[in-house]
Design a protein around this ligand. Sequence first.
Ligand SMILES: NC(=O)c1ccc[n+]([C@@H]2O[C@H](COP(=O)([O-])OP(=O)(O)OC[C@H]3O[C@@H](n4cnc5c(N)ncnc54)[C@H](OP(=O)(O)O)[C@@H]3O)[C@@H](O)[C@H]2O)c1
Length: 228
Amino acid sequence: MTKPLEGRRIAVAGAGGGLGPAVCQALVDAGAWVAAADRSKDHAAPVSEIAHVTHGVDLLTEEGAQGWAQELGEVDGVLHLVGGWRGGDTVEAMDLADLDLLEGLLFHTLVHTTRAFAPLLKAAGTNGRFATVSSNVVARPTAGNAAYAATKAAAEAWTLTLAAELAETGGTANVAVVNAIVTPQMRAENPDKAYKTFTDTDEIAAGLVYLCSDAARKVNGQRLHLHG
Ligand SMILES: NC(=O)c1ccc[n+]([C@@H]2O[C@H](COP(=O)([O-])OP(=O)(O)OC[C@H]3O[C@@H](n4cnc5c(N)ncnc54)[C@H](OP(=O)(O)O)[C@@H]3O)[C@@H](O)[C@H]2O)c1
């Protein structure tokens, strides 16, 4: 039986983090050729045995993202997984350096990635897919999370704008939404914890594989809620 992503070339940005290994594995299992990048080759080590190729790319720089896209040449899908969190303080007490940091990690890396890959995704026609993972705090901000919620909101708005542009060529861009991610390692370290409001990495990975597949051809500009 043909696998759902057979023959598709998918780039995964921020692949060496908590979610990346499950996503890369699910893509490979679905038949995709996977190019994984993290801020350095060492950071990409968790997926070096899973992805077909790994790159060290600093996505805080536009040149880094452009160089990676040029190196890959042809790409059907891009998954942006670069993350980070700062918070806990009120709007008046928070350190504005944290806002700068999150703006870089959560928004600028996504801006640079999409700007570099948009021409390739448009050239991929109906196979062209982009997706990122966001947080439910965008819709329901919680105290102490202003910088995180605001920068994730910017990333969502940018992604949904890209969706409108990709609609012209039959591609899609979507946002998967979770409260928090639980990794296999977290479960192993804390076997008695229920992680009730968390989403497991393989469940998010399955959602992202779906968004890259033909089955999601008509799913564009959506927030796919994966938090139960
Ligand atoms: N974890 C959660 O509970 C949660 C909740 C809601 C949404 N999300 C979102 O889900 C996605 C995946 O989460 P995650 O926990 O796997 O994220 P993560 O581990 O924080 O970040 C993913 C990877 O991106 C790398 N990265 C950081 N800066 C980079 C740069 N300049 N260029 C290239 N790569 C860079 C990180 O390296 P470093 O380790 O060196 O930083 C890390 O290996 C993220 O978009 C996150 O915002 C996560």
